[in-house]
Design a protein around this ligand. Structure first.
Ligand SMILES: NC(=O)c1ccc[n+]([C@@H]2O[C@H](COP(=O)([O-])OP(=O)(O)OC[C@H]3O[C@@H](n4cnc5c(N)ncnc54)[C@H](O)[C@@H]3O)[C@@H](O)[C@H]2O)c1
Length: 350
């Protein structure tokens, strides 16, 4: 089959993650190709189009309605997902939207209703759903390898802060909405349970975000699942030794640890002596980041999306999962602000 016969993917937003998506769609898909690209930055659109032999267009509308586009990836900043997602729904084409679906609960609900009404398939970019380690752990837990799971712990620690919009809780950023939402979704997946209450705390001790209101560089959450199992998260943006994502599920008959752990009892991790694997994306001073750790997952979720476009397969993780995770992230934010535990039922009316 020639390239032109493969499923055509349209890509909106060509920044940090959009460039990764462009590379995957153009060069790593057995079942799809990068067809059309658009970014609000016309020079960037032209550059990426030329690099990958894609068509450059100057508007979201032109992209979603382009005859070569069979499905659309939305990779604009989170607070700017609404318009492109509505346009994809209006064009009735399958959608892959980067996490989180939107930056507010009201927008998330509106998009979920619109996507349902349009009847389109919607994948959400919760990449851990396609990480081989997370998938194997979920299978083991479901098969009873550790008996009744009673506790989940996970951390997401970035080596350095993301773009300014992703630092600001008011623009879809911050530790809960932008980062811990990955852990929230992974916790739901691994345990097969919803989180029903959270108690979150934040601190700001290391990073100076230059006047972003409500910014925190560390957050912890203690939480409870619907069946009474317990959990804890930690997030940070100053893990100078490298991108650090690990999880542990503890049960009646054992324990499953996801992520790199040394055999020694004590491991010192610093920028000088920590993770040293070479990486190909988003390094600063050579520090590995997410695109190295989750390279297979980032690729496999787009392969799954192309399969949905071509064969109608069901998305692994969809807009309803996005809403469920967002509600927990908002509850964490409220808990940290009000310094009290929050039951998810309190969000019912929001
Ligand atoms: N799964 C992950 O690990 C992961 C990692 C990073 C980002 N993300 C998500 O991906 C999305 C994009 O994040 P990013 O870090 O790539 O952002 P970014 O700021 O690096 O890039 C966003 C791009 O969108 C473009 N843009 C802005 N407004 C636009 C508009 N109206 N129309 C078209 N293009 C527009 C910008 O010019 C920029 O090139 C966010 O939702 C973020 O949460 C996910």
């Amino acid at each position: 089959m020639s390239d032109q016969n493969l499923t055509g993917i349209g890509l909106i937003g060509l920044g940090r993650l959009g460039r990764v998506r462009a590379e995957i769609a153009a060069r790593q898909l057995p079942n799809g190709r990068l067809a059309v690209v658009h970014d609000i930055d016309a020079d960037l659109t032209a550059t990426v189009a030329a690099e990958y032999g894609a068509i450059a267009v100057d508007s979201v509308k032109a992209l979603v309605n382009h005859p070569d586009v069979d499905g659309v990836i939305v990779a604009t900043p989170t607070a700017l997902h609404v318009d492109p997602v509505l346009a994809v729904a209006a064009a009735a084409k399958p959608l892959f939207c980067e996490k989180p679906l939107a930056s507010t609960l009201a927008d998330t609900r509106q998009l979920v209703e619109t996507i349902d009404a349009a009847g389109i398939a919607c994948h959400i970019g919760f990449n851990r759903r396609h990480d081989p380690d997370h998938l194997q752990a979920r299978q083991m837990i479901a098969n009873g390898a550790i008996g009744t799971a009673t506790y989940l712990r996970s951390n997401i620690r970035d080596p350095f802060p993301p773009p300014p919009w992703a630092l600001d809780p008011n623009t879809g950023g911050g530790l809960f909405i932008d980062m811990l939402i990955h852990d929230i979704d992974a916790a739901r997946m691994l345990m097969g349970q919803e989180i029903v209450s959270v108690y979150a705390s934040t601190a700001n001790l290391v990073v100076d975000p230059e006047g972003i209101e409500g910014f925190a560089d560390n957050a912890t959450v203690s939480f409870t699942f619907a069946n009474g199992a317990l959990g804890q998260f930690h997030a940070s943006v100053h893990a100078r030794y490298g991108y650090d994502v690990r999880a542990e599920v503890f049960g009646a008959d054992g324990n499953i640890a996801i992520g790199r752990l040394n055999k020694r009892d004590l491991t010192l991790m610093t920028e000088a002596g920590g993770l040293t694997q070479p990486t190909t994306f988003q390094t600063r001073d050579g520090i590995p980041h997410a695109m190295f750790r989750f390279a297979e997952a980032y690729r496999d979720e787009i392969i799954a999306f192309a399969d949905t476009i071509t064969n109608g397969t069901t998305p692994t993780v969809n807009h309803h999962d996005a809403l469920a995770a967002f509600r927990v992230a908002i509850a964490c934010q409220q808990s940290a602000t009000e310094r009290r535990p929050i039951e998810l039922t309190e969000l019912q009316s929001m």
